[in-house]
Write a protein that binds this ligand. Structure first.
Ligand SMILES: Cc1cc2nc3c(=O)[nH]c(=O)nc-3n(C[C@H](O)[C@H](O)[C@H](O)COP(=O)(O)OP(=O)(O)OC[C@H]3O[C@@H](n4cnc5c(N)ncnc54)[C@H](O)[C@@H]3O)c2cc1C
Length: 418
């Protein structure tokens, strides 16, 4: 700890905790902290949103209500307070947070779980004309725009910026609903030389093979230079028509982190040690996408949930004078759906595809929503025909997936094995 930083005296019997951001990491931490801690959770959005499945809103396969529930209900069930507001200033040395509406929130401990923001890499016109793809509302707007274009009964072109897993899932949902619409053309622009750079090279070939019968054009190794209202320019001077540009390319840290002296540069995440504790301010923890660990991790919801748990447990331990535990990332595979055409499981040891993987992804969704939604409304709302089997749920809750357990799922084919 920086020697010049004096810590505020902590309230021993009822320490205050402010959690900034309440989606995967922040909500998980909030529900795990016992009543002894006076927990206040600040987030401008009233809903917990299951972002890994928001692409399904594009095709209407899922509705917004299926993907979210009230944060306030979840937090008040844990007997903590929810403030629907944005943290605007964090004063780490004063252990205080000031919100947009002017509330002053002093804290004994704090968890920063603010996630990331759409990164448009300062590309001209992107923030005006491209539609970001990070929230339920943003996907709902994309779905409405697609329906409007379809109703006009004229040819139209869509550009998806980014051929990573988000862009591929968006493409899959567009194909699910619009693959037979006359006059549609979909362009995927990816600056790396292949699709889904995080996965094995074979997925790129597999995706191109699946898309061959459809009006999809891949522009790999191409960068977007400028976004216009109805077109985009690539850096090699190609112009692509774009009645809709969907921006899926990457995330950046929210400005508040650097502005509050919690990260070392605007493009860095919160500087934390392996116990998720800030390297200079021991009463501040970070969890989820906002945490900048020494060994960078994939920004994934399952890591965010586990980090929320570790941050809450470490606050309890620190308050009790016990040593902190390091965060241990689980070795879960990535599950990527491709509309009704395919689904992939990507693990460093194996890549498999098949409809059973789609079921596994659905099982993860049902499991996390049921665990986090204390009202039980989610589990009551899923119709028995949509419920996945107990065996699939069990597999979805495992920390890693073995090829043997995968085989039990039924129809899967191995695309690549280490
Ligand atoms: C399209 C898409 C598909 C994805 N697919 C997968 C997948 O298949 N599997 C997977 O594991 N992960 C997936 N992810 C990644 C996953 O969604 C993130 O890793 C996860 O949401 C991170 O959780 P978090 O709690 O750290 O942050 P977030 O979920 O981003 O939540 C941050 C919260 O902080 C709040 N906040 C932000 N700033 C402030 C502020 N100043 N004051 C108060 N509150 C604030 C926000 O309103 C939000 O509620 C996907 C993401 C996207 C966008």
């Amino acid at each position: 700890m920086n020697a010049s930083i004096k810590q505020k005296k902590t309230n021993q019997s009822h320490p205050s905790v402010v959690i900034v951001g309440a989606n995967f990491a922040g909500l998980k931490a909030a529900v795990l902290l016992p009543k002894k801690f006076r927990v206040t959770v600040v987030d401008p959005l009233p809903w917990f949103e299951f972002s890994p499945n928001i692409h399904e809103l594009i095709s209407g396969f899922k509705t917004p209500d299926a993907l979210r529930f009230s944060k306030e209900t979840a937090i008040s069930r844990a007997e903590h307070s929810f403030i629907p507001d944005t943290a605007e200033t964090i004063l780490p040395e004063k252990q205080t947070i000031i919100t947009r509406s002017g509330r002053v929130l002093p804290f004994d401990y704090c968890i920063l779980a603010v996630g990331g923001q759409a990164n448009m890499f300062n590309i001209k016109g992107a923030n005006i004309h491209a539609m970001p793809f990070k929230s339920v509302d943003q996907c709902r707007v994309i779905a409405q725009r697609l329906e409007e274009l379809k109703k006009k009964k004229k040819s139209f072109s869509i550009v998806i910026a980014g051929g990573g897993f988000e862009g591929i899932e968006a493409l899959g949902e567009i194909l699910r609903r619009y693959k037979n619409v006359k006059g549609i053309k979909i362009h995927i622009v990816e600056k790396q030389n292949r699709l889904m750079m995080d996965a094995s090279a074979d997925i790129d070939g597999e995706l191109r093979r699946i898309c061959a019968p459809y009006p999809v054009e891949f522009h790999t190794g191409s960068a977007i230079a400028r976004v216009w209202k109805h077109s985009i320019d690539l850096s090699d001077k190609t112009k692509l028509p774009a009645q809709l540009t969907i921006w899926t390319g990457g995330a950046k840290p929210p400005e508040i982190l650097f502005n509050s002296n919690l990260s070392s540069s605007p493009d860095q995440w919160v500087n934390v040690n392996a116990a998720l504790q800030h390297i200079s301010y021991p009463n501040i923890f970070a969890a989820g996408d906002a945490a900048g660990l020494h060994m960078p991790l994939k920004k994934q919801a399952y890591h965010a949930l586990d980090m929320g748990k570790t941050a809450a447990e470490n606050i309890i331990r620190q308050h009790a004078g016990k040593p902190l535990k390091n965060f241990k990332p689980s070795a879960k595979p990535m599950l990527v759906s491709f509309g009704d055409l395919e689904a992939f499981l990507i693990d460093p040891r194996i890549v498999v595809a098949g409809p059973a993987i789609g079921l596994l992804k659905e099982a993860v969704f049902q499991l996390v929503m049921t665990e986090l939604d204390p009202s039980g409304l989610f589990s009551k709302a899923i119709h028995s025909t949509e419920r996945v089997s107990n065996a699939t749920l069990k597999l979805a809750s495992a920390t890693s997936v073995s090829p043997v357990s995968l085989a039990k799922l039924g129809k899967v084919r191995i695309i690549q094995k280490a």
